[in-house]
Write a protein that binds this ligand. Structure first.
Ligand SMILES: Nc1ncnc2c1ncn2[C@@H]1O[C@H](COP(=O)(O)OP(=O)(O)OP(=O)(O)O)[C@@H](O)[C@H]1O
Length: 756
């Protein structure tokens, strides 16, 4: 078998080497078979000799009947056998016995090394020894007793120990004695011989046992040597196997290292996956907790709903019980109702009869009421007509041109010095209320040529004089009846006259808040209010407004959208004598709020014009016209009238106008004066009272524009605005004189403007 083959199967080869088929001539004891069984070899344990423990025991524990002296005697008798009682066969192996005694000691050492493994073999060795003893025993028993010589007996006796041999003193005494003594001595020797024989026999047995043991040990030694060789081979093979195993282990280690790396990589990958999974699990847990929260919420809601459901069920049950009770009640009530119905039917018949009577009565009462209402309405209409007539008569009595004077308060920056204010006094108010005439006195002081101060007081009487503290409301109360006349169908013209800064614009337009509202917005407010009241009496009104400016004798539309002074507006009169201005914007008015929008628009256009042509608001006349058209289907009355609210240009004289060399200013002032003197001429002509006489309306644009309102059929009010300042005293006196002239004019009676 080659070495390579041995390497491939090192372990499986061991039992074959020790198997019985490879005997090398060394007898293998039958009891060695169990020791060298393949199982023991495979476990790679050192095989133990079965004979060694027995031999050790026998070597260390010789037969107790033999002491050292008997052993010596035995060796002596073996060298010189006597008497022939020792079998030849037993003598032959003496040398072998000596030789066998040597390995016994060497074996004892090996047996001590393998003593631990000899326990199993000892039983087998005991069996072998017993078998040898059994074989020797019949031989001894069959041998007849042999007489031994005295010498041999003596040798024997010497060879025996002192305890077991015959005392030498006693033997010498018996040879010399008598026959009896000899007989007894003989017997004694015979006994001793027998004893010796027994001893020899036992020694022989022992020897045989020793022989068997030696042969057994020899066989064991051979076995051991073979085993040793086998072990060496096995060891060699094991070393080769070990190196192969080491190589395999290296390969395995490398392989496992790679696998470990792979596993570590997989592990890190798994770690990442694990982390991802943990993240997902965390998210999932959060989702789950949210879901759980939702579920808890739903459960809570469900519980609440269940409780609510239970409550509702309880309420339902209660309601059902109540319903049942009510149904019973209804049944009872139905019965009661049916009986009541019968009663009611009777009652109804009675009631119908009574109702019929009552209806007849009501009808009679209603007819009576309608008749009375009609009578009252007739009376009311008559009264209204009378009121209008009376109102008109009052206006006529007051004069169709009436004049009010108004002194504005001194402004904050004007009243610093007491000398700044003019000396203006007013008549008694109570007397004024009684007489309907108010007086104003303006005292002027002038120096005479001699240097004397001359005081001159000028008294003026007008329909009404408003002192500086009079507010807008108080002024309007006096003119509201005039404004109302518009709805009655009378043309009305209210114009503010006075020098620049005397308060004309303030009086006509006023301030922004309600308290300071001027005559224009107040008049319109009132007209709308009264028109809505007259609606109950059948009157329906339509109103529209226009706002014009006369500057340097040219008409501008303050509500227009084009540029100022570019459009030419002409005053035209139709066949019926109605006046109109061409190409001007006339805004339909349905509520008073529209008027403030309209005034704002006019103001802004004037402001734009002012930036283009310097301050001109005081250098132009502004005319707001409200056209009112009314119809009363009940009375079949119709009316159409105009309210003109005029803010005249500053009336100051040329000298005090500050025009100087300024040609534009000069032209403005000339035009203003021209228009104002034309106005005075018109009023003067109207005041002559000449029916059909010439009235110079055409002398100025202003008088042509106001022609309708200034005619005898109109009601006219002039508000003469006055400055309280001493510096303006001259202009104040001029304005008062002009106002007095107008006030003294009697312009016929106003005519109601009816429409066919
Ligand atoms: N009754 C009044 N109460 C308080 N302030 C007034 C009154 N009348 C006029 N004023 C103030 O006096 C100043 C001049 O008034 P306003 O502009 O009305 O004069 P005007 O005659 O219209 O001047 P112009 O001809 O330049 O337009 C304004 O600041 C105005 O607010």
């Amino acid at each position: 078998m080659s070495e390579g083959q041995e390497n491939t199967a090192p372990v499986s080869r061991l039992p074959r080497l020790l198997s019985p088929q490879v005997k090398t001539g060394i007898p293998v004891p039958s009891h060695s078979a169990p020791l060298l069984s393949s199982n023991n070899i495979n476990k790679r344990k050192l095989p133990s000799s079965p004979g060694i423990p027995v031999a050790k025991r026998q070597a260390s524990n010789p037969t107790p009947t033999l002491g050292p002296s008997s052993a010596a005697g035995l060796r002596q008798s073996q060298r010189k056998p006597s008497g022939g009682f020792v079998p030849t066969a037993n003598r032959k192996p003496s040398s072998a016995l000596t030789a066998a005694s040597r390995p016994t000691s060497s074996l004892a050492a090996s047996q001590r090394r393998t003593a631990s493994n000899g326990s199993a073999a000892s039983s087998t060795a005991s069996t072998t020894t017993a078998r040898a003893r059994a074989a020797a025993a019949p031989t001894t028993a069959r041998r007849p007793p042999v007489a031994t010589s005295t010498r041999s007996a003596g040798n024997m006796g010497r060879s025996l120990g002192p305890g077991r041999g015959v005392s030498p003193g006693a033997a010498s005494g018996s040879g010399i004695g008598s026959g009896l003594a000899s007989v007894s001595q003989f017997k004694s020797h015979d006994g001793r011989i027998q004893s010796m024989e027994k001893t020899v026999n036992s020694i022989q047995e022992m020897w045989e046992r020793e022989q068997a043991r030696i042969s057994s040990l020899q066989m064991s030694q051979s076995d051991m040597q073979a085993l040793l060789a086998n072990f060496r081979n096995a060891d060699h093979q094991s070393r080769r196997d070990l190196s192969n195993v080491n190589e395999e282990m290296e390969v395995m280690r490398a392989k496992y290292a790679r696998e470990i790396e792979d596993l570590e990589r997989q592990l890190s990958k798994r770690d990442r996956e694990k982390r991802d999974l943990e993240e997902e699990m965390k998210d999932g847990r959060e989702d789950l907790s949210r879901e759980r929260e939702t579920v808890r919420e739903l459960k809570r809601t469900l519980a609440e709903q269940s409780a609510h459901h239970l409550t509702l069920n309880a309420q339902l049950a209660a309601s059902q019980a109540q319903q049942a009770a009510l149904q019973a009640e209804i049944q009872r009530a139905t019965l009661a109702v049916s009986s009541m119905k019968a009663e009611l039917e009777v009652g109804m018949q009675n009631a119908r009869a009574a109702e019929q009577k009552a209806a007849e009565k009501v009808k009679a009462v209603e007819e009576e009421r309608d008749r009375k209402i009609a009578e009252i309405e007739d009376e009311l209409r008559t009264a209204e007509t009378i009121r209008r007539k009376l109102h008109n008569q009052v206006q006529e009595l007051k004069g169709n041109i009436r004049v009010f004077a108004r002194v504005r308060p001194a402004l904050a920056h004007e009243s610093d010095s007491p000398d700044a204010l003019a000396d203006i006094t007013y008549g008694d108010e109570r007397t004024a209320a009684e007489t309907g005439q108010s007086q104003i006195t303006v005292t002027s002081r002038t120096e005479s040529a001699t240097g004397k101060e001359r005081e001159q007081a000028a008294n003026f009487v007008f329909d009404k004089i408003f002192q500086p503290m009079a507010g807008q409301k108080e002024v309007f109360e006096e003119i509201s009846m005039l404004a109302q006349s518009v709805l009655d169908g009378y043309n009305v013209c209210i114009f503010a006259y006075g020098q620049t800064g005397s308060g004309k614009s303030w009086t006509m337009e006023g301030g922004q808040n309600d308290k300071d509202m001027g005559m224009i917005p107040r008049a319109i407010d009132m007209i709308f209010t009264v028109s809505s009241q007259l609606r109950d009496r059948g009157w329906k009104y339509q109103m529209e407004g226009q706002f014009l400016e006369v500057y340097n004798e040219v008409i501008n539309d303050l509500l227009g959208s084009g540029q100022f002074d570019t459009k030419k507006h002409e005053i035209k009169h139709d066949k019926e004598g109605k006046m109109s201005v061409t190409d001007v914007v006339s805004v339909p008015l349905s509520n008073p709020r529209q008027v403030s929008t309209l005034l704002d628009r006019a103001r802004s256009r004037r402001a734009v014009a002012a930036t283009l042509m310097n301050e001109r608001s005081s250098r132009s006349h502004s005319v707001f016209t409200l056209k009112v058209r009314g119809v009363n289907p009940l009375t079949e009355e119709k009316c159409e009238a105009m309210l003109n609210l005029v803010d005249l240009a500053g009336s100051e004289r040329l000298a005090s106008s500050g025009a100087g060399e300024n040609k534009d200013r000069l032209k403005e002032t000339i035009n203003i004066n021209k228009s104002l003197s034309a106005l005075a001429d018109v009023i003067g002509a109207l005041g002559t009272g000449q029916q059909g006489g010439h009235v110079p309306y055409r002398n100025s644009t202003l008088t042509r524009l106001l022609q309708t309102s200034l005619s005898g059929s109109s009601k006219t009010l002039m508000l003469c605005n006055l400055s309280p300042l001493a510096a303006h005293l001259g202009e104040t006196l001029c304005s008062l004189r002009f106002a007095t002239k107008v006030n003294s004019t009697v312009v016929g009676s106003a005519k109601k403007q009816t429409v066919k």
